[in-house]
Design a protein around this ligand. Structure first.
Ligand code: NAG
Length: 400
C-alpha cells in the first residue's frame, strides 16, 4: 500500500498553493479581472497535483474531457487577448491599434466556430468516418479529404480557446448554389451565441495560439459590429478588371471567413440577406441564386449598402484573411498580394489546405515541446560532465 500523503504529494501541493498565492497577488496587483486568472490557476494547480501524484490519480485524469485537455495543453503558448503585439514564427510583428481594446477577456463558449458544407466527410479516409484516418495519404485535391484537413484545424482551434464548435452537414439547396446555406445557418445559430464565426473548407487558421478576441481587437470588431468579412483578392480574368467588384466598382467582401455578432441589426441584416433571392426587397437579386458569386455578390451588391448605418460592417484587411504566400507570384491573374497572415484561404490551389493545416499544427506542437523542455530543463537535460564517459572509455580501452 503506498502512503496516502507521499513526500512528492506534499511538495506538489505546497508548490500549487505557492503558485495560487503568487497569481492571486499579481492579478490584483495589475488590477485585471482576476476571474480567468483564477480559473487558469485552479487548472494548473490541479494539473500539478495530478501529474505529480501516484497511480491512483489516473481515473481523475481520465475524467477530463477532450476540450479541457486541449485547453490546458495549449496554456503555455496561448496568446493574451489584449497583448499589444503578436510576433509570428518568422519574426513579423503585428500590433493592436492604439486605443482601448474592445475585448479584454476570453469569450470562451460565447463564440461558436461553425463549419458547414454539402461535402460531408464520412467517406474513405475522411474525418467523420470512424475508420482511423491515414493522414500521410490524405489527398486534399479531393473535396471530402480537403474539408477533413480544414475541419480538423477549425475544431482544434476552437478547443484551444474554449469556443464551441459545430459541423452543419448541409443538403444541397433547390434552385440555389450551395453556398447560399451560409446566411441561413448563421441566422439560425446566432440565436444561441454572442459570436458565430464561419470558416470555409479551403481556409485554415495559421496561428492556433492566437485567439479570435485578439484578432477582433486588431480588426476593430467591437460591441456594435454586426458582421465582418475580408476584402476579396482582386483578379483580372480575360481582361476583365471588374471581376472582384460590385456594380458600383467597390471590391466585394469574401464570404470565406465570416464573423457575426448577435445584435438586433445583425438578425435584420442576415434575414434580408437569406431572403435576397426572393426579389422582394432587391428586385435584381434573383439572378445571384445560381450566378457567380452567389450569396457573396448579393451581400456586397445590396446588403452592405442598406445595413451599415454606423459602420457596423467591418472590412478585414485582405492580407490578414485572404490568399496565401506566393499568390501573386504564382497566379498572374491575381493583382492583390493577399498572403493569409491569420486566415489562409486557398481559393486557388485548394490541395495546399492540407499543408497549411499541417504546418499550423506542427508549428504549435514545436512551440509546446520547446516550452515544455526549456521550462523544465533541469528535469530533461543532462550536462555532459554529469556522466563520466571519458573514464569509462579509458577502463574499457585498458581491458582491451
Ligand atoms: C507579397 O507579400 C509578401 C509578404 O507579405 C512578400 O514577401 C512578397 O514579396 C510580396 N509579393 C509581391 C509581388 O509584392
Amino acid at each position: 500500500m503506498p502512503p496516502v500523503l507521499s513526500v512528492h504529494r506534499i511538495i506538489a501541493v505546497g508548490v500549487a498553493v505557492f503558485f495560487v498565492l503568487l497569481l492571486l497577488f499579481s492579478a490584483f496587483h495589475q488590477g485585471v479581472t482576476p476571474i480567468q486568472t483564477l480559473k487558469d490557476t485552479a487548472n494548473s494547480a490541479a494539473e500539478r497535483i495530478c501529474t505529480s501524484g501516484s497511480d491512483h490519480d489516473a481515473p481523475l485524469l481520465g475524467d477530463v474531457p477532450f476540450s479541457q485537455g486541449i485547453h490546458s495543453l495549449y496554456k503555455s503558448i496561448r496568446h493574451s487577448v489584449t497583448a499589444k503585439t503578436y510576433q509570428d514564427p518568422t519574426g513579423r510583428q503585428f500590433t493592436l491599434p492604439d486605443k482601448e481594446p474592445a475585448w479584454t477577456s476570453p469569450l470562451g463558449s460565447k463564440i461558436l466556430i461553425v463549419d458547414m458544407d454539402t461535402r460531408i466527410p464520412t467517406g474513405d479516409n475522411e474525418l467523420w468516418n470512424p475508420t482511423t484516418m491515414d493522414y500521410a495519404s490524405l489527398d486534399a485535391s479531393k473535396g471530402g479529404q480537403m474539408v477533413s484537413a480544414a475541419f480538423m484545424n477549425h475544431f482544434l482551434y476552437s478547443q484551444i480557446h474554449g469556443y464551441d464548435y459545430k459541423f452543419f452537414a448541409a443538403k444541397s439547396l433547390k434552385d440555389h448554389h450551395d453556398t447560399w446555406i451560409k446566411p441561413h445557418v448563421l441566422y439560425d445559430l446566432l440565436h444561441s451565441y454572442q459570436f458565430v464565426v464561419f470558416i470555409d473548407a479551403d481556409a485554415t487558421i495559421q496561428h492556433l495560439e492566437l485567439p479570435l478576441e485578439w484578432l477582433f481587437n486588431k480588426w476593430g470588431i467591437g460591441h456594435a459590429t454586426t458582421i465582418a468579412m475580408p476584402i476579396d483578392t482582386e483578379e483580372v480574368v480575360n481582361g476583365d478588371q471588374h471581376i472582384s467588384t460590385d456594380s458600383k466598382g467597390k471590391v466585394v467582401l469574401n464570404t470565406g471567413f465570416i464573423v457575426t455578432q448577435a445584435l438586433p441589426l445583425a438578425f435584420e441584416m442576415l434575414d434580408a440577406w437569406r431572403k435576397c433571392t426572393t426579389g422582394a426587397r432587391w428586385k435584381d437579386c434573383k439572378q445571384w441564386a445560381t450566378q457567380w458569386s452567389h450569396e457573396q455578390r448579393a451581400f456586397s451588391e445590396y446588403v452592405r449598402y442598406d445595413f451599415n448605418p454606423h459602420g457596423n460592417i467591418v472590412e478585414i484587411p485582405c492580407d490578414d484573411a485572404m490568399g496565401f504566400p506566393g499568390i501573386v507570384e504564382n497566379n498572374p491573374r491575381v493583382i492583390s498580394n493577399c498572403t493569409g497572415q491569420f486566415v489562409r484561404h486557398q481559393t486557388i490551389g485548394k490541395e495546399a489546405t492540407k499543408t497549411n493545416a499541417g504546418n499550423a499544427l506542427m508549428q504549435s506542437m514545436a512551440e509546446l515541446m520547446q516550452k515544455a523542455l526549456i521550462q523544465e530543463k533541469a528535469r530533461y537535460w543532462i550536462a555532459d560532465d554529469k556522466i563520466n564517459i571519458g573514464s569509462f572509455l579509458k577502463i574499457f580501452q585498458k581491458r582491451d
